[in-house]
Every structure is written in structure tokens, then in C-alpha cells.
Write a protein that binds this ligand. Structure first.
Ligand code: PXL
Length: 277
């Protein structure tokens, strides 16, 4: 689509290079009109900072949605990430029901866990709510931990292709027929994304960089949605997003002081070049 209007729903972590502070610039760089619905405002993200503030914006959402409906605003895509509460998930489902343009697309990044653990503040009810949202999406963008939680599968550090296939089958049975599963690594030097579309899977693998950074899932998902809405198929969107995320890590990994996120801004020209005209 030439100039899609995308709504992204996720938090504002004022400091930390994740969620809306990366989604907005990345989607804009992909050439999309980007509208935002902040799910919560935090002073920083929750991964490594102590004493962060958290203002849940769940209560504001119905009036915002109602105003948009009155103005007859619709979106070509709705892309959700980290949400403010379990109750908010129901409001996001209302937005799916009422604010999507004809043939509009839904992308859900369950953004609730990594490295085998739920993020601080989330619980089983949130996971159950996220399951219902994923069932409604045209594509979901979980990492391996989130896919395990969504399917009630014990998380494993080491696994094989059969384990990943079983996860994808369970997700499909729960209604998620298109999945870009991130952080899938069968060898120590490589990692990648498995793209599953109605039972057919493809693997895009790339070099694994030595440091793990916060916010890279959001960077990946934002670039994925931006590339997908420009007309790339799921595999090409995953490839473009994975290469961009790796470039963001590469330009940050030697700076020990920059521990809380990646310098995604400096790699934006690479993303724009990869997208082409
Ligand atoms: O990157 C995911 C994310 C988004 N928003 C907040 C977070 C996290 C991960 O910890 O804490 C507030």
C-alpha cells in the first residue's frame, strides 16, 4: 500500500528505546502515517531500571476510541505491543472490531516475556487475554518464550525443529495461522526467524551477535509491520526486519555504557535502503 495509516498501541517508556519511542520513528521511516495509542506511560522500561513510574492509561481508551469513531477515522493496520493491563486487552479487541479499514490488517506482538520469563507486572490472566488477541490477528510476532506461554508449553533453552513445529501447530490450532517467530536458534553462531503461513514454514537465519539488548523485539516488530504494509510478503518483511535489528545491535554492542537499548536511529538509513523505492 502506497501510504498506509497504521495505529500502534503500546506503552511510552520515556527512556529506554523500546515500544512507542521506537515504533513511531521506524514506521514513519517505512513511509507510513503512524497514529499512536499509548497503553501506559512509564519513566523507563522495566528491564533493568529500578523504581520506574507506571501510569496505566486503560481508563482513557474508550473515550479515545469513541472520538475516533465519531470522526470516522479508520486504520489500514493495527499493530499492538506491550499493553497496560489485562482489562485493556478487551478495549483493544473493541478497537479491532470498530476501527479497522476494509481489508485492514492486524499484527499482534504479544510483548510480555523473554528468556523464559514474563516481564515484571504480567501474570497468567494477562497471558490468557493475549491468547484471545493473538487469535484475532493476521500475523503474530512472538519470541520463543511468548510462543511457549501462549501455548502452555514449558520453555526450553535448547530445542530442535520438531519442538518449533509443534509450537507453530499449537498456535495455528489456537487461531494464529500466520506467525513470525523470533529468536529461533539451532546453532551457537546463528539465530533467526521462522515464518509460518497456513502450515508452510520458512526459516530466515543470520549471524548471532554476542550481546542481547532490550527493545530489539519492538524494533524488529515495527520494521516488520512497516515492511509488510509496504507490500513485502511475510518472509521478506521478516528478513528486512531481522537484518535491520542485527544492524542496530552491531552499532551498539561495543558501547558498554549503552546497556538499556540499541542505537536504532543510526541504522535507519540501512532500513530505508533495504525497503527500496
Ligand atoms: O520491549 C518490551 C517492553 C516494552 N515496554 C516496557 C517494557 C518492555 C520490556 O521489558 O518493560 C515498559
Amino acid at each position: 500500500m502506497a501510504y498506509p495509516r497504521i495505529l500502534t498501541i503500546q506503552d511510552i517508556s520515556c527512556v529506554g528505546q523500546c515500544s512507542l519511542t521506537v515504533a513511531l520513528p521506524i514506521l514513519s521511516a517505512c513511509g507510513a502515517e503512524t497514529c499512536v495509542l499509548p497503553s501506559a506511560v512509564l519513566s523507563t522500561h522495566t528491564g533493568g531500571f529500578r523504581g520506574f513510574t507506571f501510569r496505566d492509561l486503560t481508563g482513557d481508551i474508550p473515550a479515545i476510541r469513541a472520538h475516533w469513531e465519531k470522526e470516522r477515522i479508520t486504520f489500514d493496520a493495527i499493530y499492538t505491543g506491550y499493553l497496560g493491563s489485562t482489562r485493556q486487552i478487551g478495549y483493544v479487541a473493541d478497537i479491532f472490531d470498530t476501527m479497522l479499514a476494509e481489508n485492514g490488517r492486524i499484527a499482534v506482538d504479544p510483548a510480555m516475556a523473554d528468556n523464559g520469563r514474563l516481564y515484571v507486572g504480567f501474570d497468567d490472566d494477562y497471558v490468557a487475554g493475549m491468547r484471545t488477541l493473538c487469535a484475532r490477528a493476521d500475523v503474530i510476532l512472538p519470541n520463543l518464550t511468548e510462543a511457549c506461554l501462549l501455548t502452555d508449553t514449558p520453555y526450553r533453552e535448547t530445542y530442535d525443529e520438531a519442538f518449533v513445529s509443534a509450537l507453530l501447530e499449537k498456535l495455528a490450532a489456537q487461531g494464529a495461522e500466520r506467525v513470525a517467530l523470533t529468536g529461533v536458534s539451532y546453532t551457537p553462531d546463528e539465530t533467526g526467524v521462522v515464518i509460518c503461513e497456513k502450515g508452510a514454514t520458512r526459516y530466515y537465519r543470520h549471524r548471532r551477535l554476542p550481546r542481547i539488548f532490550h527493545g530489539t523485539g519492538d524494533i524488529y516488530s515495527s520494521a516488520f509491520v512497516g515492511a509488510w504494509m509496504r507490500g513485502n510478503d511475510l518472509y521478506d518483511a521478516a528478513r528486512i526486519a531481522a537484518d535491520y535489528t542485527a544492524a542496530c545491535i552491531a552499532c551498539t554492542q561495543d558501547d558498554a555504557a549503552h546497556w538499556y537499548g540499541v542505537k536504532f536511529e543510526t541504522a535507519l538509513p540501512k532500513l530505508i535502503r533495504a525497503l527500496g523505492d
